[in-house]
Design a protein around this ligand. Sequence first.
Ligand code: FCB
Length: 477
Amino acid sequence: MTREEWLRISAALSLGGLLPNNLLAELATSSELHRSDFGKDFVWGTATAAYQIEGAWNLDGKSESIWDHFTHHRKAKIKTRENGDVACDFYHRYESDIELMRQMNIPAFRFSLAWTRILPDGTGKVNQKGIDFYHRVIDKCLKENVAPWITCYHWDLPQILEDKGGWANRDSIRWFEEYVDVIAKAYGDKVKNWMVFNEPMAFVPLGYLIGVHAPGHINFSKFYKAVHNVVMCHGAGGRIIRNNVKGANIGTTFSCSHVDAKNDKPANTRAAARADAFINRLFLDPVMGLGYPKADLPACKHIEKHMQPGDEQLMAFDFDFVGLQNYSRMVVKKLALIPIIHVVNVPPKKLGHDITDMGWEVYPEGIYHLLKKYNSYKNIRKIIVTENGAAFPDEVVNGEVNDVKRLQFIKDYLAQVLRAKREGVKVDGYFIWSFMDNFEWAEGYRPRFGIVHTDFATQKRTIKASGKWFSEFLKNQ
Ligand code: FCB
């Protein structure tokens, strides 16, 4: 890829960068929400990821992951030049953090496992200390009555496997199967809720196409290969969990953004369909048994080149639920010179809505449209919102964090989830990203997504106003 091409595609796909420039949101304009409105089986929780919270990057036999490597050796790729070496120190503080979840009435905790703790060589020898750590975390959850929801992979591939080509190497399917087999066997008796991947549409293009996330490649060929291998791993991982965990509730998660065309010019309508196929359907469609969305995204032919006989069937898996992860929306217009998608985003700040600290547009109706869209897939049995939330700059004043914008964001998005549910959409859960402020990848520690504030110098946790609201909401069944 030329530098020119890279600049164009990263500008088109990049979501971050803009600072907030809006006024404080009005508090609680929408009518009050009640937990009971969502039904008694609705799952409520908060979400995290290993690299973003654990720290202890080289303790107890853990090896280097691509994120350790990226933050240590390609520092300029992280806006603040920070890393996850310590993060929220969850590795040492998991007990008090899980106790805090219980105190806040949070019924479920979504977290990921670090492959590098379990299999430091990527495959082969199992590291008992790594296995033991997650047993302690899970046991603590069960003791506090907080249901553990495990994500097998949230972006932290062992560096040793990246050195062999990472997700662009077809052997990654075999490596991943081995890893999932080990964890499903280790924890399957205690944990019933499993997610295979976190957001393939983030880690594959950001890591292999535009190079802003680990492992930092800017390479079309690696990207196309990695897409197909990761698609294959959805089916592979799902089947291994099914075979090993009795009574498992198996899902996987996809990032998605509602896409609008800038106007109704036919070229822009087609551009929106292409962007939608790329952003929302590239992984979801094949995993749902529909193949790659090539009618709307001709570039799929470069991916299909890597398919082998029998792959079509193996890509699909009958998931019990699909995790929908949404933050923002995209408004696009045609721009032929952008590779693959031939579209460009209208800058969110031009859309007239509030903007978060990530530069993302606040657009609650987006989640409603996405829920309706997912609901129309006949192979989606159940939808769980496995991530939703917002970064806004927070301030601790007299021991309190009055995060009115985040609170409003959560209420407004939840109101749209309820609207969809009332219209018959089979949505059955909602996890806030995130339990506590943590390491936000290439953005460093600056964007704060937590409903609990983390003071990274002292590791003190402070429940924000949004967290207090959530615990009250959860208390009143
Ligand atoms: C999602 C990621 C999660 C976090 C949030 C803000 O795309 O899954 O780890 O970074 O965005």
